[in-house]
Design a protein around this ligand. Structure first.
Ligand code: AQP
Length: 341
Protein backbone atom coordinates (compact mmCIF):
# COMPACT_ATOMS: atom_id res chain seq x y z
CA UNK A 1 0.00 0.00 0.00
CA UNK A 2 1.16 3.54 -0.73
CA UNK A 3 2.33 5.62 2.17
CA UNK A 4 3.00 9.33 2.72
CA UNK A 5 5.50 8.32 5.40
CA UNK A 6 8.05 6.14 3.58
CA UNK A 7 9.97 3.82 5.86
CA UNK A 8 7.70 4.42 8.85
CA UNK A 9 5.62 1.65 10.34
CA UNK A 10 1.86 2.20 10.41
CA UNK A 11 0.00 2.55 13.71
CA UNK A 12 -3.78 2.44 14.14
CA UNK A 13 -5.87 2.83 17.29
CA UNK A 14 -9.20 4.24 18.45
CA UNK A 15 -11.54 4.97 21.33
CA UNK A 16 -15.32 4.64 21.49
CA UNK A 17 -17.07 7.99 22.11
CA UNK A 18 -18.99 6.67 25.10
CA UNK A 19 -18.94 7.47 28.80
CA UNK A 20 -16.32 9.58 30.54
CA UNK A 21 -12.77 9.38 29.17
CA UNK A 22 -10.47 8.63 32.08
CA UNK A 23 -6.85 8.51 33.14
CA UNK A 24 -6.74 4.78 32.20
CA UNK A 25 -7.62 5.63 28.58
CA UNK A 26 -4.94 8.31 28.70
CA UNK A 27 -2.17 6.16 30.18
CA UNK A 28 -3.05 2.89 28.42
CA UNK A 29 -3.70 4.41 25.01
CA UNK A 30 -3.58 8.16 24.18
CA UNK A 31 -0.30 8.97 25.97
CA UNK A 32 1.38 6.07 24.13
CA UNK A 33 0.01 7.36 20.80
CA UNK A 34 1.31 10.87 21.53
CA UNK A 35 4.71 9.66 22.70
CA UNK A 36 5.39 7.69 19.51
CA UNK A 37 3.75 9.84 16.86
CA UNK A 38 7.10 11.09 15.52
CA UNK A 39 8.27 7.53 14.90
CA UNK A 40 5.22 6.11 13.11
CA UNK A 41 2.65 6.88 10.44
CA UNK A 42 -0.26 7.01 12.87
CA UNK A 43 -4.02 6.93 12.36
CA UNK A 44 -6.22 7.67 15.38
CA UNK A 45 -9.90 7.12 14.99
CA UNK A 46 -12.98 8.01 17.04
CA UNK A 47 -14.81 4.71 16.66
CA UNK A 48 -18.40 5.92 16.68
CA UNK A 49 -19.73 2.79 14.91
CA UNK A 50 -18.49 0.71 17.85
CA UNK A 51 -20.35 3.02 20.20
CA UNK A 52 -23.76 1.93 18.86
CA UNK A 53 -23.17 -1.75 19.65
CA UNK A 54 -25.07 -1.03 22.88
CA UNK A 55 -27.69 1.25 21.24
CA UNK A 56 -29.91 1.72 24.28
CA UNK A 57 -26.89 3.08 26.19
CA UNK A 58 -26.12 5.88 23.70
CA UNK A 59 -28.62 8.60 22.82
CA UNK A 60 -27.95 10.10 19.33
CA UNK A 61 -27.43 13.62 20.73
CA UNK A 62 -24.97 12.25 23.29
CA UNK A 63 -23.12 10.29 20.60
CA UNK A 64 -22.67 13.48 18.55
CA UNK A 65 -21.43 15.39 21.59
CA UNK A 66 -19.09 12.58 22.73
CA UNK A 67 -17.64 12.13 19.23
CA UNK A 68 -16.48 15.76 19.17
CA UNK A 69 -15.37 15.58 22.82
CA UNK A 70 -13.25 12.50 22.13
CA UNK A 71 -11.63 14.06 19.04
CA UNK A 72 -11.02 17.27 21.04
CA UNK A 73 -9.40 15.25 23.81
CA UNK A 74 -7.07 13.49 21.34
CA UNK A 75 -5.79 16.95 20.40
CA UNK A 76 -5.71 18.23 23.98
CA UNK A 77 -3.67 15.18 25.03
CA UNK A 78 -1.03 16.03 22.45
CA UNK A 79 -1.99 14.22 19.25
CA UNK A 80 -0.73 16.58 16.56
CA UNK A 81 -2.86 16.66 13.40
CA UNK A 82 0.21 17.66 11.38
CA UNK A 83 1.91 14.40 12.39
CA UNK A 84 -1.02 12.00 12.85
CA UNK A 85 -4.27 11.35 11.02
CA UNK A 86 -7.30 11.97 13.27
CA UNK A 87 -10.71 10.98 11.94
CA UNK A 88 -14.18 9.66 12.71
CA UNK A 89 -14.82 6.01 11.82
CA UNK A 90 -18.25 6.54 10.20
CA UNK A 91 -16.73 9.13 7.81
CA UNK A 92 -14.88 6.31 6.05
CA UNK A 93 -17.52 3.78 4.90
CA UNK A 94 -14.90 1.17 3.99
CA UNK A 95 -14.72 0.20 7.68
CA UNK A 96 -18.29 -1.13 7.52
CA UNK A 97 -17.74 -2.69 4.11
CA UNK A 98 -14.72 -4.68 5.23
CA UNK A 99 -16.40 -5.55 8.54
CA UNK A 100 -19.12 -7.44 6.63
CA UNK A 101 -16.59 -9.50 4.69
CA UNK A 102 -14.64 -10.28 7.86
CA UNK A 103 -17.85 -11.14 9.73
CA UNK A 104 -18.56 -13.75 7.07
CA UNK A 105 -15.22 -15.49 7.52
CA UNK A 106 -15.12 -15.35 11.34
CA UNK A 107 -16.34 -18.50 13.11
CA UNK A 108 -19.11 -17.76 15.61
CA UNK A 109 -17.19 -19.53 18.40
CA UNK A 110 -14.28 -17.08 18.06
CA UNK A 111 -16.64 -14.16 18.74
CA UNK A 112 -18.60 -15.89 21.48
CA UNK A 113 -15.52 -16.51 23.60
CA UNK A 114 -14.44 -12.85 23.74
CA UNK A 115 -14.33 -11.67 27.36
CA UNK A 116 -15.62 -8.18 26.49
CA UNK A 117 -18.68 -9.68 24.76
CA UNK A 118 -19.38 -11.96 27.73
CA UNK A 119 -18.99 -9.06 30.21
CA UNK A 120 -21.16 -6.64 28.27
CA UNK A 121 -23.83 -9.21 27.38
CA UNK A 122 -24.09 -10.37 31.01
CA UNK A 123 -27.31 -9.18 32.58
CA UNK A 124 -28.49 -7.39 29.40
CA UNK A 125 -32.16 -7.98 28.56
CA UNK A 126 -31.37 -8.40 24.88
CA UNK A 127 -28.09 -8.26 23.01
CA UNK A 128 -27.72 -6.97 19.44
CA UNK A 129 -25.70 -8.94 16.88
CA UNK A 130 -23.44 -5.85 16.62
CA UNK A 131 -22.09 -6.47 20.12
CA UNK A 132 -21.04 -9.97 19.10
CA UNK A 133 -19.55 -8.68 15.83
CA UNK A 134 -17.68 -5.83 17.54
CA UNK A 135 -14.28 -7.58 17.14
CA UNK A 136 -14.85 -8.12 13.39
CA UNK A 137 -15.44 -4.36 13.00
CA UNK A 138 -12.34 -3.72 15.09
CA UNK A 139 -10.37 -6.11 12.86
CA UNK A 140 -11.58 -4.21 9.80
CA UNK A 141 -10.48 -0.85 11.34
CA UNK A 142 -6.99 -2.25 11.78
CA UNK A 143 -6.58 -4.42 8.66
CA UNK A 144 -7.92 -1.76 6.27
CA UNK A 145 -4.77 0.31 6.77
CA UNK A 146 -2.03 -2.31 6.53
CA UNK A 147 -1.38 -1.64 10.21
CA UNK A 148 1.86 -2.85 11.79
CA UNK A 149 1.18 -1.89 15.41
CA UNK A 150 -1.91 -1.31 17.55
CA UNK A 151 -1.26 0.63 20.78
CA UNK A 152 -3.97 -0.36 23.27
CA UNK A 153 -4.54 -1.09 26.94
CA UNK A 154 -4.22 -4.62 28.31
CA UNK A 155 -8.00 -5.23 28.04
CA UNK A 156 -7.85 -5.09 24.23
CA UNK A 157 -5.12 -7.74 23.88
CA UNK A 158 -7.65 -10.50 23.22
CA UNK A 159 -9.28 -8.48 20.40
CA UNK A 160 -5.89 -7.89 18.75
CA UNK A 161 -5.16 -11.62 18.91
CA UNK A 162 -8.52 -12.26 17.25
CA UNK A 163 -7.69 -9.63 14.59
CA UNK A 164 -4.50 -11.54 13.85
CA UNK A 165 -6.43 -14.83 13.59
CA UNK A 166 -8.99 -13.22 11.26
CA UNK A 167 -6.22 -11.83 9.02
CA UNK A 168 -4.49 -15.21 8.84
CA UNK A 169 -7.78 -16.96 8.02
CA UNK A 170 -8.63 -14.39 5.32
CA UNK A 171 -5.18 -14.74 3.78
CA UNK A 172 -5.41 -18.51 3.66
CA UNK A 173 -8.96 -18.44 2.19
CA UNK A 174 -8.29 -15.80 -0.46
CA UNK A 175 -4.52 -15.89 -0.95
CA UNK A 176 -4.38 -12.21 0.02
CA UNK A 177 -1.59 -10.55 1.97
CA UNK A 178 -3.47 -8.74 4.77
CA UNK A 179 -0.78 -7.50 7.14
CA UNK A 180 -0.92 -9.33 10.50
CA UNK A 181 -0.59 -6.60 13.18
CA UNK A 182 1.14 -6.69 16.57
CA UNK A 183 -0.27 -5.23 19.79
CA UNK A 184 1.73 -2.44 21.44
CA UNK A 185 1.09 -2.50 25.17
CA UNK A 186 3.04 -0.54 27.77
CA UNK A 187 4.77 -2.55 30.48
CA UNK A 188 3.19 -0.65 33.39
CA UNK A 189 -0.08 1.31 33.40
CA UNK A 190 -1.77 -0.77 30.69
CA UNK A 191 -4.58 -1.75 33.07
CA UNK A 192 -5.56 0.97 35.51
CA UNK A 193 -8.06 -0.30 38.05
CA UNK A 194 -11.14 1.46 39.39
CA UNK A 195 -10.45 3.64 42.43
CA UNK A 196 -13.65 2.55 44.20
CA UNK A 197 -13.10 -1.14 43.41
CA UNK A 198 -9.54 -2.19 42.49
CA UNK A 199 -10.75 -5.63 41.40
CA UNK A 200 -12.34 -4.10 38.30
CA UNK A 201 -10.81 -2.10 35.46
CA UNK A 202 -11.47 1.65 35.34
CA UNK A 203 -14.25 2.02 32.78
CA UNK A 204 -15.78 4.91 30.84
CA UNK A 205 -19.39 3.88 31.28
CA UNK A 206 -19.14 3.10 35.00
CA UNK A 207 -17.15 6.31 35.52
CA UNK A 208 -20.03 8.30 34.06
CA UNK A 209 -22.54 6.72 36.46
CA UNK A 210 -20.56 6.18 39.66
CA UNK A 211 -18.76 8.94 41.56
CA UNK A 212 -15.31 7.96 42.82
CA UNK A 213 -14.84 5.21 40.19
CA UNK A 214 -12.53 7.00 37.76
CA UNK A 215 -10.37 10.08 37.31
CA UNK A 216 -11.99 11.76 34.29
CA UNK A 217 -9.74 13.71 31.93
CA UNK A 218 -12.12 16.67 32.27
CA UNK A 219 -12.98 16.29 35.96
CA UNK A 220 -12.56 19.49 38.01
CA UNK A 221 -9.55 19.47 40.41
CA UNK A 222 -11.75 19.19 43.53
CA UNK A 223 -13.44 16.07 42.14
CA UNK A 224 -10.07 14.49 41.30
CA UNK A 225 -8.82 15.23 44.80
CA UNK A 226 -11.91 13.69 46.38
CA UNK A 227 -11.73 10.57 44.18
CA UNK A 228 -8.06 9.92 44.98
CA UNK A 229 -8.33 10.67 48.72
CA UNK A 230 -11.29 8.27 49.00
CA UNK A 231 -9.72 5.52 46.86
CA UNK A 232 -10.00 2.02 48.33
CA UNK A 233 -6.85 0.87 50.17
CA UNK A 234 -6.54 -1.32 53.28
CA UNK A 235 -5.77 -0.95 56.96
CA UNK A 236 -2.00 -1.61 56.66
CA UNK A 237 0.93 0.45 55.33
CA UNK A 238 2.54 -1.88 52.74
CA UNK A 239 4.05 0.24 49.94
CA UNK A 240 5.98 -2.38 47.95
CA UNK A 241 4.60 -2.98 44.44
CA UNK A 242 4.80 -6.77 44.73
CA UNK A 243 3.21 -7.00 48.19
CA UNK A 244 0.68 -4.17 48.28
CA UNK A 245 -3.07 -4.86 48.23
CA UNK A 246 -4.77 -4.26 44.83
CA UNK A 247 -5.99 -0.74 45.70
CA UNK A 248 -2.60 0.45 46.98
CA UNK A 249 -0.79 -1.19 44.08
CA UNK A 250 -3.07 0.67 41.67
CA UNK A 251 -2.19 3.99 43.34
CA UNK A 252 1.52 3.10 43.21
CA UNK A 253 1.26 2.23 39.51
CA UNK A 254 -0.51 5.54 38.81
CA UNK A 255 2.25 7.31 40.72
CA UNK A 256 4.93 5.39 38.79
CA UNK A 257 3.53 6.16 35.34
CA UNK A 258 2.68 9.79 36.04
CA UNK A 259 6.02 10.56 37.74
CA UNK A 260 8.25 8.47 35.46
CA UNK A 261 10.21 7.39 38.59
CA UNK A 262 11.62 3.87 39.03
CA UNK A 263 9.82 1.50 41.41
CA UNK A 264 12.63 1.21 44.03
CA UNK A 265 12.75 5.01 44.35
CA UNK A 266 9.00 5.19 44.85
CA UNK A 267 9.04 2.40 47.43
CA UNK A 268 11.82 4.21 49.30
CA UNK A 269 10.03 7.57 49.10
CA UNK A 270 6.84 6.23 50.69
CA UNK A 271 8.38 3.62 53.02
CA UNK A 272 6.88 3.86 56.52
CA UNK A 273 4.48 6.63 55.50
CA UNK A 274 0.70 6.34 55.55
CA UNK A 275 -1.42 5.96 52.44
CA UNK A 276 -2.66 9.54 52.87
CA UNK A 277 0.83 10.80 51.94
CA UNK A 278 0.88 8.71 48.75
CA UNK A 279 -2.63 9.92 47.90
CA UNK A 280 -1.77 13.61 48.45
CA UNK A 281 1.31 13.33 46.22
CA UNK A 282 -0.77 11.54 43.61
CA UNK A 283 -3.37 14.34 43.66
CA UNK A 284 -0.58 16.80 42.83
CA UNK A 285 0.81 14.63 40.03
CA UNK A 286 -2.64 14.04 38.52
CA UNK A 287 -3.30 17.78 38.62
CA UNK A 288 0.02 18.56 36.88
CA UNK A 289 -0.89 16.10 34.10
CA UNK A 290 -4.58 16.91 33.68
CA UNK A 291 -4.69 20.69 34.19
CA UNK A 292 -2.95 21.48 30.86
CA UNK A 293 -5.13 18.91 29.07
CA UNK A 294 -8.30 20.57 30.42
CA UNK A 295 -7.03 24.01 29.43
CA UNK A 296 -6.10 22.96 25.90
CA UNK A 297 -9.43 21.13 25.57
CA UNK A 298 -11.39 24.30 26.48
CA UNK A 299 -9.61 26.22 23.70
CA UNK A 300 -10.12 23.42 21.15
CA UNK A 301 -13.81 22.95 21.79
CA UNK A 302 -14.38 26.72 21.60
CA UNK A 303 -13.42 26.56 17.91
CA UNK A 304 -15.61 23.84 16.36
CA UNK A 305 -14.77 24.99 12.81
CA UNK A 306 -11.10 24.21 13.35
CA UNK A 307 -11.91 20.79 14.83
CA UNK A 308 -14.22 20.01 11.89
CA UNK A 309 -11.43 20.94 9.44
CA UNK A 310 -8.97 18.61 11.20
CA UNK A 311 -11.48 15.73 11.09
CA UNK A 312 -12.23 16.38 7.43
CA UNK A 313 -8.53 16.36 6.50
CA UNK A 314 -8.12 13.15 8.53
CA UNK A 315 -11.06 11.44 6.83
CA UNK A 316 -9.73 12.42 3.41
CA UNK A 317 -6.36 10.88 4.10
CA UNK A 318 -7.83 7.75 5.72
CA UNK A 319 -10.17 7.28 2.78
CA UNK A 320 -7.33 7.72 0.29
CA UNK A 321 -5.69 4.72 1.98
CA UNK A 322 -8.90 2.72 2.45
CA UNK A 323 -10.31 2.94 -1.09
CA UNK A 324 -7.51 1.10 -2.96
CA UNK A 325 -7.16 -1.44 -0.14
CA UNK A 326 -10.88 -2.18 -0.25
CA UNK A 327 -10.81 -2.51 -4.04
CA UNK A 328 -8.01 -5.09 -3.79
CA UNK A 329 -9.85 -7.02 -1.05
CA UNK A 330 -13.12 -7.08 -3.04
CA UNK A 331 -11.25 -8.35 -6.07
CA UNK A 332 -9.66 -11.12 -3.99
CA UNK A 333 -13.08 -12.12 -2.64
CA UNK A 334 -14.50 -12.31 -6.18
CA UNK A 335 -16.73 -9.23 -6.31
CA UNK A 336 -17.10 -7.89 -9.85
CA UNK A 337 -15.85 -4.32 -10.29
CA UNK A 338 -18.13 -1.60 -11.77
CA UNK A 339 -15.14 -0.27 -13.69
CA UNK A 340 -14.83 -3.37 -15.81
CA UNK A 341 -14.70 -7.15 -15.61
N1 AQP B 1 -8.52 0.90 32.75
C1 AQP B 1 -7.75 1.03 31.69
N2 AQP B 1 -6.41 1.06 31.82
C2 AQP B 1 -5.61 1.17 30.71
N3 AQP B 1 -6.09 1.30 29.46
C3 AQP B 1 -7.43 1.27 29.29
N4 AQP B 1 -8.23 1.35 28.19
C4 AQP B 1 -9.51 1.28 28.58
N5 AQP B 1 -9.60 1.15 29.91
C5 AQP B 1 -8.32 1.13 30.38
C6 AQP B 1 -7.76 1.52 26.83
O1 AQP B 1 -8.34 2.71 26.31
C7 AQP B 1 -8.61 2.53 24.92
C8 AQP B 1 -10.07 2.87 24.65
O2 AQP B 1 -10.89 1.81 25.03
P1 AQP B 1 -12.45 1.76 24.85
O3 AQP B 1 -12.95 2.76 23.89
O4 AQP B 1 -12.83 0.34 24.66
O5 AQP B 1 -12.89 2.27 26.24
P2 AQP B 1 -13.03 1.56 27.63
O6 AQP B 1 -12.60 2.57 28.67
O7 AQP B 1 -12.44 0.21 27.61
O8 AQP B 1 -14.55 1.49 27.66
P3 AQP B 1 -15.41 0.61 28.59
O9 AQP B 1 -15.64 1.38 29.81
O10 AQP B 1 -14.94 -0.78 28.74
O11 AQP B 1 -16.62 0.53 27.70
P4 AQP B 1 -17.63 1.66 27.47
O12 AQP B 1 -16.99 2.82 26.83
O13 AQP B 1 -18.61 0.97 26.56
O14 AQP B 1 -18.13 1.94 28.80
C9 AQP B 1 -8.25 1.08 24.59
O15 AQP B 1 -6.96 1.04 24.05
C10 AQP B 1 -8.29 0.42 25.92
O16 AQP B 1 -7.46 -0.73 25.98
Amino acid sequence: METDFPGKKRVFSGIQPTGKLHIGNYLGAISVWAEHQDNFDSLFCVVDMHAITLPEAVHPATLREKTLETAGLYLACGIDPDKSTIFVQSHVPQHAELAWILTCITPLGWLQRMTQFKDKAKGAESVGAGLLNYPALMASDILLYDTDLVPVGEDQKQHIELTRDIAIRFNSLYGFPLRVPEPMIRTSGARIMALDDPEMKMSKSTGERVRGHSIGLLDPPEEIRRTIMRATTDSGNEMRFDHASPGVRNLLVLYEVLSGLQRPLIEEKFHGKGYAVLKKDLVELADETLRPIRERYRAIIADPGHLAAILEKGAERAQALAVPMMAAIKKAVGFVSREGF
